[in-house]
Design a protein around this ligand. Structure first.
Ligand code: HEC
Ligand code: HEC
Length: 465
């Protein structure tokens, strides 16, 4: 491999005297979104059955919520008291509904929508990415983190105070979290949305397939040894979220509806607590305006109308097709093929694996969910990624520096990269794999030792996904 690489370099230097080739991230692929539609077997189905559920789920995923659904153009119900944005699709937007952060951050508009009076925290920028914030530790009254009290909860950016539909909920009865203090004490970390294309295939992968792959990969020469984040009570393998902290799409839907939008539901029944409520001790919180759960099974309506939003969000995500690869762009087919070979040779694919092996788990929902998930480029394991990527938040079995191997499908149309969206550049994302304690250090050094042209092949391959 080495001699071939240096041969290519010297050839180019020979052909282009004076010019030195420098590799670069080709950037996002333009053109139509390579994702957003249903699985083939869903699209091919009788449109009044499963496809109708997909379309209805998508509509609900795109609905903008108000507190009481009395605002024209906003048809969802139950926003707040605290929220990060007003629809699932606001954050899961690019390159199509179900994706991740768009170029223009909707959280700027969210801050003051319908009369809300929120201060926009300094880490929320119009140029993105969409961010969710978590505090690492609980704090004392002066805002000092208490090292013996790990926190990790999502701190919603905004409140409904001031909105035209917020009734007696005002800035005097509910406050935004103190982000200024958290920033000054280095006590806040960020997460960007993960895309949900192909999520049903990830959900359906059998545990045997994952465990067999883990065993097969354990003899790798790069020192990589991933583990699984297991669900607390039943011990099965969890797979969703940056740390694989969440077991299923329905669970994630219920939790996201409550955490991101403040909509209580049958999976998460309680509005998120606020300190103001404690202070009011026993008095009704004027910011908790609706009876609970705000989203629930609707009785005596049409078949689809019966189902709650949380269940329909999950069904929409489950039936979404994975992103389609482009085998010619950028850089041409031979460069992309070469890039894939090198990606495997230097060890990226131990974690970002294209083929986890046969998957015996048939799905009763739709035939295409019985397929394995090729092209996901993830082992769904959590790996130690070192001090440079650590966010010091523990979730389930995942410690402060452990993250799920980010699935790379759809990477060709991703604007923001890594769990906190710190970069939009593939090269920086690869650099970030190396720091003290990272399982990817040896592989990253292999990458560094490639010629600029070989690195370019890998970058072209990544943007073809
Ligand atoms: C404010 C932006 C925001 C909104 C609104 C939002 N999400 Fe997310 N979503 C995120 C972030 C951030 C993550 C990553 C969370 C983590 O792992 O810490 C995420 C992750 C997910 C995942 C995990 C996918 C995977 O493979 O890791 C699912 C599923 C999901 N969201 C569903 C939903 C649904 C359903 C809604 C609407 C009820 C929703 N989200 C609303 C920001 C948002
Ligand atoms: C030890 C396992 C491991 C190896 C080896 C590895 N990665 Fe990763 N990769 C991860 C994890 C985990 C993340 C998510 C890290 C985070 O967001 O903090 C990630 C993230 C990425 C991302 C960003 C994806 C996103 O959704 O933002 C890219 C691009 C990437 N890896 C490419 C590569 C390439 C190229 C190689 C080989 C040079 C490689 N990786 C080797 C585990 C690995």
């Amino acid at each position: 491999m080495k001699s071939r690489a240096s041969f290519v370099v010297s050839l180019v230097v020979l052909l282009l005297p004076g010019s030195v080739f420098a590799q670069s991230d080709p950037g996002i692929r333009t053109g139509a979104p390579a994702a957003g539609g249903p699985l083939g077997s869903v699209a091919a189905d009788n449109p009044t059955t499963i496809l109708a559920f997909f379309n209805d789920g998508k509509d609900r995923f795109e609905e903008v919520d108000s507190v009481s659904a009395t605002i024209p153009g906003e048809d969802g119900f139950g926003l707040g008291p605290r929220y990060n944005s007003r629809s699932c699709a606001a954050c899961h937007a690019f390159p199509a509904t179900g994706g991740t952060s768009p170029a223009i951050n909707p959280q700027i508009t969210d801050a003051t929508a319908d009369g809300a009076v929120n201060v926009i925290p300094p880490f929320i920028l119009l140029s993105g990415p969409v961010r969710e914030a978590r505090f690492i530790f609980f704090t004392d009254p002066l805002g000092n983190p208490i090292p013996s009290a790990p926190n990790g909860n999502v701190e919603a950016l905004y409140t409904i105070a001031g909105r035209s539909d917020a009734g007696g909920c005002t800035a005097a009865t509910i406050a935004q979290p103190d982000f200024t203090s958290a920033i000054s004490h280095n006590n806040v970390i960020f997460r960007i949305p993960t895309p949900v294309f192909g999520a049903g295939l990830m959900e359906n992968i059998d545990e045997t397939t994952l465990l067999n792959y883990q065993a097969a990969a354990s003899s790798n020469p790069f020192g990589i040894a991933g583990t699984f984040n297991r669900n607390g009570n039943d011990g099965t393998i969890a797979r969703f979220g940056w740390k694989a902290q969440n077991k299923s799409l329905e669970l994630f839907s219920g939790e996201a509806y409550n955490v991101e939008m403040g909509v209580s539901n049958e999976i998460f029944q309680n509005e998120r607590p606020s300190p103001e409520e404690d202070r009011a001790s026993g008095l009704a919180n004027p910011c908790k305006i609706n009876p609970t759960p705000e989203d629930h099974t609707n009785f005596n309506t049409t078949a689809i109308g019966t189902v709650s939003d949380a269940v329909q969000f999950a069904m929409f995500m489950r039936l979404l097709a994975p992103p389609a690869r482009n085998k010619n762009e950028p850089g041409g087919a031979s460069s992309i093929n070469k890039g894939f070979e090198l990606f495997e040779e230097i060890g990226c694919s131990v974690c970002h694996q294209i083929n986890l092996g046969p998957d015996p788990m048939a799905s009763r929902i739709t035939p295409d969910l019985s397929n394995p998930a090729p092209n996901m480029f993830s082992d769904l394991e959590i790996h130690h990624m070192g001090t440079g990527l650590a966010d010091n938040i523990a979730q389930g079995d995942a410690g402060g520096d452990q993250f799920r191997t980010a699935p790379l499908w759809g990477l060709g149309q991703r604007i923001f990269l890594l769990h906190d969206g710190r970069t939009s550049n593939l090269i920086s994302a690869i650099q970030a794999h190396q720091s003290t304690g990272s399982e990817a250090n040896a592989v990253k050094l292999n990458y560094d030792s490639l010629s600029a042209i070989d690195q370019q092949h890998i970058l072209n391959f990544l943007r073809s996904l």
